[in-house]
Every structure is written in C-alpha cells, then in structure tokens.
Write a protein that binds this ligand. Structure first.
Ligand code: ADP
Ligand code: ZN
Length: 816
C-alpha cells in the first residue's frame, strides 16, 4: 500500500497533515492537489509527502488527483510549512497561496426543493420550515451557507429536518467561477486545400458571392481569420455552407491573455551607473556569484531619486546573465506603473506581471507561462512572492517599508517581506530591499547585521551627459512646520495658514505647481451637533461617518454604509448640526476661492477609481494644464513632478492619535514622503506642514528629512515598551454581533491565558487587554482584542490550542 500525507482544506490547526492511502489506479506526487474524504465531506488537499507508513492504522483512499501533476515545488512545500507554522494558519491555506489561479476547488453544498416531495409523510412543515422552503423555492438553487447567512444560523436545524424528510435535496457543487485556458476559433483553409478551389472561384462569385469573397481572402492572405469575424463580415450562412462542403475548417488556438500586451515600451538600454550605485551593485553581484558569501540580504537606504531602481535593474540583469530568474515586488500596483514600464523596457518580452488587478484569465496564463520558465522577471504585488519562478536567484522588494506587504484581512496573515526572506533562505537566493525610510524592524535587523545596509545618500543628477550623485546640487526642500493652534489663537480659522497661503501665492504667480496633501476624503469630515456635541457615527461600525458633499451623503469608510445627513441631532433633537473638518473637496473649493484663475485637480479614491483615470490625471497635471493638485495619501508615494515647488500638508496630525504602537512610524512615513516631493526639479521647493502637534518627534524628524533621527527616537520608545523589534506581538481578535457576549468571551480567554502563563512560568510573556479593537465595531460585529507580547509570545499559544472563533495575527501591523 502507498500512503500520502495531505494538507486538507479545513480548519485543522497549523502545520498539520492527514494520512491517506493511494489507490493503485492513482499516481500522486508531492505538490499535487487531490480530493479526499474528510468526515462526511469531500475536500481538496495538497500532497506534502509520500511516507512509507501512515500516522494512523486506518486510512481512507484519496478520491482523485489533479490532471496537472504537482504544482508546488519542493521549496514551495517547505515554504508553506514555514508559513503555516509561523503564522499559525492551516497548512492547506498556506499552500493555497501558491496554487495556480483557479486551482483551488471549494465544494459547497447547495439546496434545492426535492422533485417528488416526501411531503405526504409525517406532519406538515412548521411555520419556520415553511419560511425556509419558501426561501429555497424563490432561489431555485441556493448555497447552504448563503441561506444560513440570510436567515440566521438557527435555520440550520430546519434545513436538516427538511433534508431528512426528503423535502429538500442537498448536493455538492464547485463554488465560484472556474478559470482555464481560453481558446479562440479561427476559420482557415484545410491542408492540403481542396482540388481546383481557385478555379471554381469565378463561377462561385456569381452564385454565392459572399462565400467566394471569404475563400478568396483566405487564399490570398494564407492566414486564418477569427471565426466570429468571418461570420460578421461574410454572414453566418456563408461560413456554414463552406464548412459543410469542407472547403474551410475551424481551428481552436489557445489565446495568451498577456497583461503587458497593450503596453508599448521603447526598449531602453542600461545606464552607466554612478560610482555609488556601482559599489552597491558590486555587493549584490558578489552575493549572486558566490553562494557562500556572508551577506545574502541587502537593505538599500536611499532617498527617492537616488537611483535605487537602477540598482534593482542592474542586479536583475546580472541574475539573468547567470541563467537564474528574479522576482520583483512592488507595493501598490496602480502607483508603480512607472516601475513596471521600466522593467518591461529594460528586459523586453522577458517580464511577467502578477497582481490582483489582472483578470482571472490573465493571471492564469501568466502563472503557467512563468511556471514554464518563460520569463526572467516576475513583477507584482505581495502575492508575487508565491510565483512559480524556476531557478530563482534574486528577490527585489521595492519600498520595503510599505504596509501593503502584510496580508491583513485573510488567513494566513503573512508579511511578504518575511516570506521572501524565508524563501531566499530555502532557495539560496539573494534579497535586495530598498526604501527611503526603511521599516523600523528592517533597519533594526540591518543594525544587528542580519541585513547588509547599503547607502545611496544622494540624488542622481543627470547633467548634459555626465551623471553623478550630487550632494548639495538638488537641495532638499525648505520645510516649515506651522503651529495651527497659534493660527487659531491669532484668529485665523481657515484651512490654509498664512505661511501656506504666502507660499502658494508666490508659487502660482511664477507659473509653478503646488500639491496639497490631505489624509481624508470628502468635503467635510464629520457631522457634529453644536449644542450637545454628538457626532454622527456609522450604525454598524464604531467610527465617525464622513460627509461627501457631491453625493450629499454621509459615508462610512469602513463598510460603505450611506445615510442622509439628519437636519436634527439624533441625540438632543436640536437643529444645530454642523460639518467639521476638512476633506479634499473643501480644500479644492478653498483654493478656487483664493486663486480664482487657477485650475485645480483633485485626486483621491472618489475621483480616481481606475488605474487609467489615475494615469490620465497624472498626465494632465504633468502637462501643466492644472497648477494645483489636491489629494490624499495616494499622492505621497513615488511620484515625480519636476515643476512642483510647493507642497502643503493640510493637516499632519491624522494618524498620530490612533491607538497603535506604530502610529508614529506611519505618520513619519507619510510626512517623510510628502516632504520629499518638493525640490525635485531645478527650482527650490517649499514644504509647509500644518499641525496641531508641532513638537511631535515624528513630525519634526520628517520635516528635517532625517530618517536616522526618527529611527533613534522611535527605537528607544519601542525598547522601553518592549514593542517590536524588541519583542514579538501576537494579536488575538474576537468578534461577535452581541456586545456583551463579545466582551465576556474576550475576558474569559484573557484570564485563561494569564492563568496558563502563570502555571507554566512564562513570566516573560505579557497578556495585554482585553480591549475593544480599533474600530470597536465593524460591519455590525463588535470586536475585542488581546495582545501577547514578549520575547517569544508564541510559546504560550503552543501550549494551548487557539480557542475557536478567534483570529490570530502574528506580527500585526496597524491598529486592530
Ligand atoms: P529611485 O528608485 O531611488 O527613486 P531611480 O532609479 O528612479 O531612483 O533614479 C531617479 C532618476 O535618475 C531616474 O529617472 C533614473 O532613470 C535616473 N538615473 C538613475 N541612475 C542613473 C544613472 N546611473 N545614469 C543615468 N540616469 C540615472
Ligand atoms: Zn460602517
């Protein structure tokens, strides 16, 4: 008998496989997907190993195996084990990150009314059962989980009775749309072409002119034409007749859905690196050439424009020259179009893209072509780390500090940077990370010697053919912090402080451009009663709703709930409801009032919903059509606007008051990027930061463009508190629709954990909380959390099973 250890698609704890026997009719290999029986269900699984003996005496047979053979490599199987163990998620979930698009099969149970109802037997259905029956009748065929979601869990019992009595039939079917190769039908001449076809054409032209026209085109052009097009142009009847006579035939051709197909890029040759860049790349080359080098992971610290991307490009080139392949990760695809284009231009035809913005079909085709080794470079967002890139030699992580590298809202809650580091270890690859303001954790690792820190301290200046790193030539922008409390005290209650107005006036007068930055959408942030102070929150989430002037609606930015602004206060019934705060819309209006001749563009998620709109807006601003761009934090990232000389941060405080140990880092990152915007061109720039907390260390360090100063202060705080990188964190979150139940469960588990900790003597693990999470309610569910903190907070959870219903987040980023 042969046996297989299979990770099964069920909530089974982490790093766990189950033993199955392999029937003689099946061939399975590690890395292959299979269907297996699991309790009463059929589930998908991934084969991890083929051991000589099972873990248990009784095994059941594997039911079927996928036709495609193994899809996970040995390295990926090992990576999946690490992810499952480290992030405490089921092994199958970890492995499923690496399955081809559409490769995950979920069987769902569906309910239908039975054809010949067993209704005659037994008592008539209860009133509640009738309600369930009516629901199924209305939908004809309904997924069981959808029914339970709509009618409530309680409906489960009713469904079971109805199935037992034969009134309802339960079937299993594949959930979700499937994706596969796409074929397109072509019309072509048979080979060899029928005798005397050409001779008959003139005769045919009289009797059947359309058939003749199609035939003569095929004869002349000698290339197949798309069948649908032939039907359109020559008529379905003509096509049919030719097919019937065997004068043409249909051929199916697999279509390659290539996301870069429409992109026209000029191939661009390599540049000559500056000596600083050269020194950095030399280190990477040495690591690629010599697997035994001490340093395998590099952190490139360099401001925007210091030539990091050129360093990545050259490192990739060297990797390709060695016959190895590379994965390049970039944070948010819409914003890094420029990066993709640069890679596509440097390595024409050799770049695949993989990210969530592609259609399922495009992802499918790219994945399989990558797997075949057709691309030297895969570029994509965090999921690109799971690309099936053979002979991997190099992983590049651009903007490594970006939080989008962490998967936040689905299990496994992995961090792509940490996964990449682990993958590099397993595959002997080299990692190059880059940032202008590295993640505090990464910088700490570099300080400790885990990564080699490489610096590009100066911006690259291209000057009439001579390129050099030029300290002092492109001076950093002058940054001014404006104390908004003082503005208020002195009677200036406007959105723009006097210094910002002055700077904008000077800038616009000389025909330069300005960018105004704001961390909020909408025209006024929230609604408050001037009499009782009541603020209007979302009914389902515990957060304030935002007023959107254009729609005249209040909008919850978490769940999307909308409501009409009330004219009377819901709390005190007073009629003095007022709008407070500023949003992009209000800023746009204020600019227009102050500078009536100026064209203003607005950029936030309301104005720019699709990548092409984003590109259009950028082009308009770059062309000088508009003088002012107003936007949310999206504009803080990686953009080059040479003629911008004024950057205004309308309110820097946003984010500083969020209950999260990384609030300071987040605020710093945003302000640091924004402040780096100005002064990129020949003219000197001004950055004005308006804030109610002018002495905050993150605001100060960002204004001074001093990463190391921020790092030093932030690291000291973290050390004092035992927060990462000086201690590990695990967040445990519980949600429930009932407030009291939620709190009670949170208390119960927190106290249980404390007791366990004391009895095991894990005195170095702190159990913090429980506290309401942030926000305290989301989509109608209350949320409570607790945090384990310490050198090895994990030790405690290894002793205990995670209680059911709790979400575990290892190394959480951002507030709950
Ligand atoms: P970063 O990625 O650090 O923001 P880039 O690599 O984008 O920096 O470089 C900034 C600009 O300078 C880009 O337009 C790039 O093409 C150019 N550049 C960088 N290095 C060189 C070089 N060695 N020679 C010529 N141009 C360069
Ligand atoms: Zn809401």
């Amino acid at each position: 008998m042969r046996y297989a250890e299979v990770a099964v698609d069920a909530a089974v704890g982490y790093d766990r496989t189950f033993s199955y026997s392999v029937p003689p009719s099946l061939d399975v290999l590690p890395g292959q997907t299979v269907m297996v029986p699991f309790g009463p269900r059929r589930l998908q699984g991934v084969v991890f190993s083929l051991p000589p003996a099972p873990q248990v005496p009784e095994t059941r047979d594997i039911l079927s195996a996928s036709q495609t053979g193994p899809v996970l490599s040995d390295t990926q199987l090992r990576l999946a084990r690490w992810i499952s163990d480290y992030y405490m998620s089921p092994l199958f979930e970890a492995a499923s990150l690496m399955l081809p698009p559409g490769g995950r099969v979920r069987l769902k149970s569906y309910l239908t009314l039975s054809a010949a109802g067993g209704a005659a037997e037994g008592p008539p259905p209860t009133e509640y059962q009738e309600k369930v029956l009516a629901f199924i009748r209305r939908h004809k065929r309904v997924a069981e989980d959808r029914l339970l979601e709509t009618l409530g869990r309680g409906a489960g019992t009713a469904v079971r009775r109805l199935v037992e009595r034969g009134l309802v039939t339960r079937t299993q079917g594949r959930a979700g749309a499937s994706v596969g190769r796409r074929y397109r039908a072509y019309a072509r001449l048979p080979f060899p072409a029928p005798e005397g076809l050409a001779g008959r054409l003139s005769d045919m032209a009289r009797r059947a002119p359309r058939q003749a026209a199609l035939l003569s085109r095929l004869l002349k052009e000698r290339t197949p034409i798309v069948l649908a097009q032939a039907r359109r142009e020559y008529g379905a009847g003509a096509v049919r007749a030719l097919l019937d006579r065997g004068w043409i035939e249909v051929e199916s051709v697999a279509v390659d859905r290539d996301p870069l197909a429409g992109l026209s890029v000029q191939p661009s040759p390599s540049v000559v690196l500056t000596s600083t860049q050269e020194a950095v790349v030399a280190e990477v080359r040495a690591a690629l050439d010599e697997p035994a080098t001490a340093a395998r992971s590099f952190l490139v610290e360099g401001v925007t424009g210091s030539g990091k991307t050129e360093v990545y490009l050259d490192s990739v080139r060297h990797c390709l020259q060695r016959g190895e392949r590379a994965i390049v990760m970039v944070p948010e695809i819409a914003l890094t179009h420029q990066t993709i284009e640069r890679f596509a231009a440097r390595f024409p035809g050799n770049v695949a893209v993989l990210h969530s913005g592609l259609t399922a079909g495009q992802r499918f085709d790219q994945w399989w072509k990558v797997r075949q080794g057709e691309y030297g470079v895969v570029i994509g967002s965090r999921g690109a780390v799971f690309a099936p890139q053979p002979e991997l030699g190099l992983i590049v992580i651009d903007e490594e500090h970006e939080w989008t590298y962490k998967q936040q809202d689905a299990s496994p809650r992995y961090h792509a940077r940490d996964v990449a580091l682990r993958l590099a270890e397993l595959s002997d690859s080299v990692v190059v990370m880059g940032s202008a303001s590295p993640d505090v954790q990464s910088y700490h690792m570099a300080m400790r010697g885990h990564f080699k820190l490489l610096r590009l301290p100066d911006r690259v200046v291209v000057n009439g053919g001579a390129t050099r790193a030029a300290p002092g030539v492109s001076p950093l922008a002058a940054v001014e912090i404006v104390d908004m409390r003082r503005e208020l005290r002195e009677g200036h209650r406007l959105i723009f402080s006097r210094p910002l107005l002055r700077a904008m006036g000077d800038c616009l007068e000389t025909g330069s451009q300005a960018v105004l930055f704001l961390n909020r959408r909408g025209s006024a942030s929230f609604m408050q009663c001037r009499e009782c102070g009541f603020t209007l929150g979302c009914r389902r989430c515990d957060i304030t709703m935002t007023y959107h002037k254009e729609a005249q609606r209040l909008l919850c930015h978490h769940c999307g709930d909308r409501r009409i602004p009330p004219s009377r206060c819901p709390a005190c019934a007073g009629n003095k409801m007022a709008y407070y705060g500023v949003g992009t819309q209000a800023v746009v209006e204020e600019v227009s009032r102050r500078f009536p001749d100026v064209t203003v563009l607005r950029w936030d998620r309301d104005a720019v919903k699709r990548p092409d709109e984003y590109e259009r807006l950028l082009t308009r601003f770059r062309s000088g059509e508009a003088q002012v761009l107003v936007g949310t934090q999206m504009i803080a990232k990686g953009l080059h606007f040479p003629s911008v000389t004024v950057v205004g941060v309308v309110l820097a405080d946003v984010g500083l008051n969020v209950p999260d140990y990384r609030a300071g880092e987040r605020a710093f990152q945003l302000l640091f990027q924004v402040a780096g915007r100005a002064g990129r061109g020949p003219a000197k720039g001004v950055v004005v930061i308006q804030t109610y907390q002018p002495d905050n260390y993150a605001v100060r360090a960002a204004a001074a463009q001093e990463y190391r100063r921020f790092y030093a202060e932030e690291a000291a705080y973290r050390k004092e508190q035992g927060n990462p990188p000086y201690g590990g964190l695990i967040r445990m979150l519980y949600t429930h629709t009932n407030r009291a139940m939620c709190e009670r469960e949170a208390m119960r588990v927190t106290e249980g954990l404390r007791r366990e900790r004391d009895s095991w003597g894990y005195s170095d693990v702190e159990v913090l909380g429980p506290t309401p999470a942030y926000p305290a309610r989301l989509r109608g569910r209350y949320r409570w959390q607790l945090i384990l903190r310490g050198a090895k907070p994990r030790a405690l959870l290894d002793r205990l099973a995670v209680p059911p219903g709790w979400v575990v987040d290892v190394d959480p980023v951002g507030p709950g």
